[in-house]
Design a binder for this molecule. Structure first.
Ligand code: AGP
Length: 610
């Protein structure tokens, strides 16, 4: 949601804070700010808009100081403006604080504190925290006690980092629900919402858990619970390198990540396929393998693109493992009191590993006795740490807000899981070997699908000014239609809907006219003849049809307006290839419409509040 950075050391903090903010800008980018402590004074600068406008404000002036905090915002409470931008201060200006999350009881706190004489300057929920700390501190407790006492009063989620004139050589951090990582350097420490903001300075980090605080100084750090119990932290090494979070010459992270997919699909399978036995092995499931294999029912729960990957997983597992699967939006699953038995498996799918609704769904499933496994991208993320076991998809950092490579790697991981379970049930070694063989061909087939880029860019020029799009697919390609529509919606702001192709006759066909582009995934699979007649229904109403077809399929050339030929594979793996031209179509239309492809309006990469 928001991005937090902090630094305490020997170096000037400003450049470190600004560079860190730029790396976290994909988390939220409607306003930003920073506070630097120098000679016992806290200097603050806040600006509406992107980090660039904050930097512009700094031109010609510099904020000296070797201790500082910074924040890039995705507004939840209080509109994006300079006043509501973080950091927020107490009445005296002696404490400056940045926060990621939502304080649910801020209104009642604000009332109590206002009655006690505090002056609130912003519309934010966050400001209640800093006044609460001020209140406890002025009631005579130590600053640390004031910090912990305030945290005990707060309801909601937070990742908090603060500096104060009372303890100028310390940075205070706390976590409940929103991620915080602390980076360890030589006589310097870094704090951030995720490791990408500090990897340029250190690879040694530890992650705060819910209910923990860290007090960091140049000499070291203290970690304990908000109830004052000491906590020993395991220092881990960040696995990815700086290069992976640069644009590598592409105009946008999204396009770079689309082109990374031959590599990332291969990475998702690396060391997990045993061709001669026709099986897959997922080391991260070792501790829960028995429960996974004996599960009598499987729930898959996630949000957004990850939910669409889950829908593909449903088709796979039911077809090959004959285990009933229910796919649920995490935001519904967590509140609808699902019927879960202890021989049920709940799979949570998430790129960031921090999505609040998915985290809550995980905790609900665990509470109800299910075995919970994760399919996660971000190593060391909260959801990865809280599942009973899981599979990392190894897609590397995904910076573009519109998820692309994570989707194809999530579907690859689901295929590996399906193969692993199915080979312990009715699937023969021969059938298993065939799937392994086809999986190993995926990277090169994705490479070929990427070569439709120029054709897709041309098609995009034709349809960039359309106000509505329909996406149609059948079977395994129905979730691909949903995902294609989501990509277009989120980065080009064009209204688009994905539908099972046969469902059209039950309503959406009323939308069809010569101004309605209809994207159809019409691959030569078991539903081909059916999808052709759906296309004829659209053409009969003068709809403009863009069809994703199998290489060499000349039949549809005569029927539709545009064909985009792609390689084919087994039905269960086809979504990994079919989605490529749809990602490119959304990308090119958004670029042609001048949209901010990597940081589309109103969105954030990781939704850490519900
Ligand atoms: C997809 O492009 C969006 N960024 C969004 O729908 C995303 O998939 C959703 O927020 C889930 O995120 P997660 O995979 O990190 O949990």
């Amino acid at each position: 949601m928001c991005g937090i950075v902090g630094y305490i050391g020997q170096k000037q903090s400003l450049p470190i804070l600004l560079e860190g903010l730029k790396r976290l800008e994909y988390r939220g980018y409607d306003s930003a700010g920073l506070a630097v402590l120098n000679e016992g004074k806290i200097h603050i600068l806040k600006q509406v808009g992107k980090i660039a406008s904050l930097e512009a404000e700094l031109t010609g002036s510099h904020m000296p100081g070797v201790v500082g905090i910074a924040h890039t915002r995705w507004a939840t409470h209080g509109e994006p403006n300079q006043t509501n931008a973080h950091p927020h201060c107490d009445c005296t200006g002696n404490i400056a604080l940045v926060h990621n999350g939502i304080i649910e009881n801020y209104n009642s706190l604000k009332k109590v504190l206002t009655d006690k004489g505090h002056t609130f300057r912003t519309e934010t929920d966050t400001e209640s925290i800093v006044h609460l700390i001020e209140e406890f501190y002025h009631n005579g407790t130590s600053f640390e006690e004031a910090f912990r006492s305030a945290l005990l009063e707060i309801e909601g989620t937070y990742g908090i980092t603060l500096i104060s004139r009372y303890e100028p050589d310390r940075i205070y951090c706390a976590r409940k629900g929103s991620p915080l990582v602390v980076g360890i350097g030589k006589n310097e420490y870094f704090v951030a919402s995720d490791a990408s903001a500090i990897i340029a300075h250190t690879r040694n980090v530890f992650y705060l858990e819910d209910g923990e605080i860290a007090i960091v100084s140049r000499e070291g750090f203290i970690t304990k619970t908000i109830h004052n119990k000491p906590v020993t932290k395991k220092v881990e090494k960040i696995s990815f390198d700086l290069e992976r979070i640069e644009k590598a010459g592409f105009p946008h992270f999204m396009l770079k990540e689309i082109y990374e997919q031959p590599q990332t699909v291969a990475d998702a399978m690396r060391g997990r396929l045993i061709e001669e036995e026709g099986v897959s092995k997922l080391g991260g499931l070792t501790t829960i393998l028995h429960n996974v294999l004996r599960s009598r029912k499987i729930f898959i729960t996630a949000c957004g693109t990850s939910y669409h990957a889950g829908l593909v997983g449903e088709y796979m597992i039911e077809q090959y493992c004959r285990i009933p699967v229910e796919v649920e939006y995490a935001s519904e699953f967590r509140y609808r009191d699902p019927i879960i038995q202890d021989d049920n498996l709940v799979i949570v799918i998430t790129q960031s590993g921090e999505t609040a609704d998915t985290l809550a769904a995980l905790r609900e499933a665990k509470r109800k006795g299910a075995t919970v496994m994760g399919i996660v991208n971000v190593v060391g993320s909260t959801i990865a740490r809280e599942t009973h076991g899981g599979t990392y998809i190894h897609a590397g950092p995904e910076i573009g807000v519109a998820s692309t490579k994570a989707f194809t790697s999530q579907v690859t991981a689901l295929a590996l899981l399906t193969l692993m379970i199915a080979r312990t049930k009715a699937m023969s070694a021969e059938e298993g070997r065939q799937i392994v063989k086809e999986m190993k061909k995926l990277p090169e087939k994705v490479e070929v699908a990427l070569q439709t880029d120029k054709l897709v860019a041309q098609i995009a020029r034709e349809f960039k000014d359309k106000r509505n799009f329909l996406y149609l697919g059948r079977g395994y390609n129905y979730p691909v239609a949903l995902e294609g529509a989501l990509k277009l919606k989120e980065i080009s702001y064009i209204h688009a809907e994905g539908y099972p192709a046969a469902e059209m006759k039950h309503g959406p066909i009323a939308l069809i006219d010569d101004d309605m582009p209809v994207v159809v995934i019409a691959i030569h699979d078991s539903t081909y003849e059916k999808i052709v007649s759906n296309i004829e229904e659209v053409k009969a109403r003068k709809g403009r049809v863009i069809a994703v077809v199998s290489e060499g399929d000349d039949k549809l050339n005569k029927l539709v307006d545009y064909t985009i030929p792609i390689p084919t594979t087994l039905d269960l793996l086809q979504p990994i290839i079919s989605i490529i031209p749809l990602q490119l179509l959304a990308y090119h239309i958004a670029v042609l419409r001048g949209c901010d492809v990597d940081q589309p309006r109103n969105l954030a990469k990781s939704v850490t509040v519900e």
